[in-house]
Write a protein that binds this ligand. Structure first.
Ligand code: 5AD
Ligand code: SF4
Length: 449
């Protein structure tokens, strides 16, 4: 059969879709990149904001016409919205053939095959306590980049967030399993790995939400083992909850040049009052302590973050605290979200009292601060020497190539005879714009392996 998979939402969904593609391909099915070519349409969905759900429902609804023309077509929904809405989705979208909840990836190919043989609608949902780690490791895209899911689920219950309800209890894979997966990827040409989890820094803590003592961090142990893999050039990870950045983890990151100097540290709000209402277990000053520690050990580190504006009760003063925190930390990048109440979460019981226009305005203020800051950061890089991982021909100009710095900035440069995709190269930044960096290739690499 020909399978088309459309992915919404986060990098974890991208990873699950890739694993699904690998499983189908291993069974002899073909994965196609357009819905009109497919016998099976799978929508891997997101529930984190209402808009994400509406987008997927709209798209799947639109497929009804196609199904009328081709009744043999198999249409299924997987991921967070599938888990969130379950069987009820068949009422809204009667042309659906299956609903596959989170953590059920290992059942996907069997379900599709069985519908093909005997057209009966199917449902498989994650039941509390049934969390498994099966089906996480298959890879399909052969590229210098790969991602590895190291944990599943989340135990933090931030009051606005639906993830713990739809992705289940947090469980971690074993270090040995992850290292094996990484080794295989590197043998196949992967040079940079992104480690994924809802709260990666809680890796290996057995679901305990209390951050460990300063000298204990299984996540640091994992990073150290991965750094020892020869041929692997870079490691990134997302997302870590701030409170787990203890001394051991900070020291491990600082000691390993393979770990990228760009850290995503979700802040959510700069107001202690709002952080408390969000059930985020840190204060703005505790967050800053972590930022300062990381910076003192790695002066070149870049930070990115997630922010929610318009959380119930967010006053102008709360919002200004967020704005000030953002300026104080000086993020290279921030994902700013307008609060969206999610049914079943603790915050959904509070009145969503910040008008849409105010949420929009606060969003714009932060975006414009961020834009100014990015332009300034780029300007400061002018004249500096940077190590980049070569990615290949630039999208805009075939004579130029592009690569990324450890801080995740794209640099455009003219390749030399020895420039190779997936290798590290050294460039001197000789021109910058508000959004791009241009560099000149330098002869000696900063670091080998
Ligand atoms: N409304 C708006 N943003 C949300 N996020 C999570 N839940 C919500 C919600 N209900 C944001 C958080 C999180 C990111 C992935 O999505 O900032 O870090
Ligand atoms: Fe959601 Fe908080 Fe878990 Fe992140 S840490 S997935 S925001 S509950």
């Amino acid at each position: 059969m020909k399978i088309f998979i459309k992915t919404y939402g986060c990098q974890m969904n991208e990873r699950d879709s890739e694993a699904a593609a690998a499983m189908f391909s291993a069974r002899g099915h073909e994965v196609v990149d357009h819905e009109s070519l497919a016998d099976v349409l799978i929508f891997n969905t997101c529930s984190v904001r209402d808009q994400a759900e509406r987008k997927a429902v709209g798209k799947i609804g639109f497929m009804k016409k196609l199904k009328k023309e081709r009744p043999d077509l198999i249409i299924g929904v997987m991921g967070c919205m599938a888990q969130n809405r379950g069987e009820e989705l068949f009422k809204e979208l009667p042309h659906l053939d299956f609903v596959l909840g989170t953590g059920q990836l290992h059942k996907l190919a069997d379900i599709v095959d069985s519908i093909h043989d005997d057209r009966r609608a199917q449902v498989a949902l994650l039941e509390p306590g049934d969390e498994v780690l099966t089906g996480l490791g298959a890879h399909y895209n052969n590229s210098i980049f790969a991602s590895i899911a190291i944990t599943r689920g989340c135990n933090r219950y931030c009051s606005y967030c639906i993830v713990p309800y739809v992705r289940g209890r947090e469980i971690s894979r074993s270090i040995a399993d992850i290292v094996d997966e990484a080794r295989e990827l590197v043998a196949d040409g992967t040079r940079e790995i992104m480690l994924l989890g809802q709260n990666v820094a809680a890796f290996g803590l057995g679901g305990n939400i209390n951050p460990p003592p300063p000298d204990h961090s299984p996540f640091a142990d994992l990073l150290n083992e991965l750094c020892a893999i020869e041929g692997l050039k870079r490691i990134r990870f997302t997302s870590p909850y701030p409170s787990y950045f203890n001394d051991k983890l900070i020291d491990a990151i600082a000691a390993q040049p393979k770990i990228c100097r760009s850290i995503h540290l979700p802040l959510q709000s700069g107001s202690d009052r709002v952080l408390k209402a969000m059930n985020r277990h840190y204060t703005a000053s505790q967050y800053l302590e972590i930022v300062d520690k990381l910076r003192s050990k790695m002066p070149d580190v870049a930070f990115s973050t997630d922010i929610i504006v318009g959380f119930p009760g967010e006053t102008e003063e709360d919002f200004n605290a967020t704005r000030e925190m953002m300026n104080r930390v000086g993020y290279d990048m921030a994902y700013i979200f307008k609060y969206s109440p999610r049914q079943g979460t603790v915050a959904a019981k509070l009145e969503d009292d910040i008008p849409q226009e105010v949420k929009e305005e606060r969003n714009q203020v932060l975006l414009s601060d961020l834009e100014k800051r990015t332009a300034e950061t780029n300007r400061k890089l002018l004249g500096s020497t940077q190590e980049i991982l070569v990615e290949g021909v630039s999208k805009r100009n075939a004579e130029r190539w592009s690569g990324k710095t450890s801080t995740a900035k794209t640099v455009i440069f003219t390749p030399g005879p020895e420039t190779t995709v997936g290798e590290l190269a050294t460039v001197r930044i000789n021109r910058v714009t508000a959004v791009s960096l241009f560099g000149e290739l330098q002869p000696t690499p900063l670091r080998g392996n």
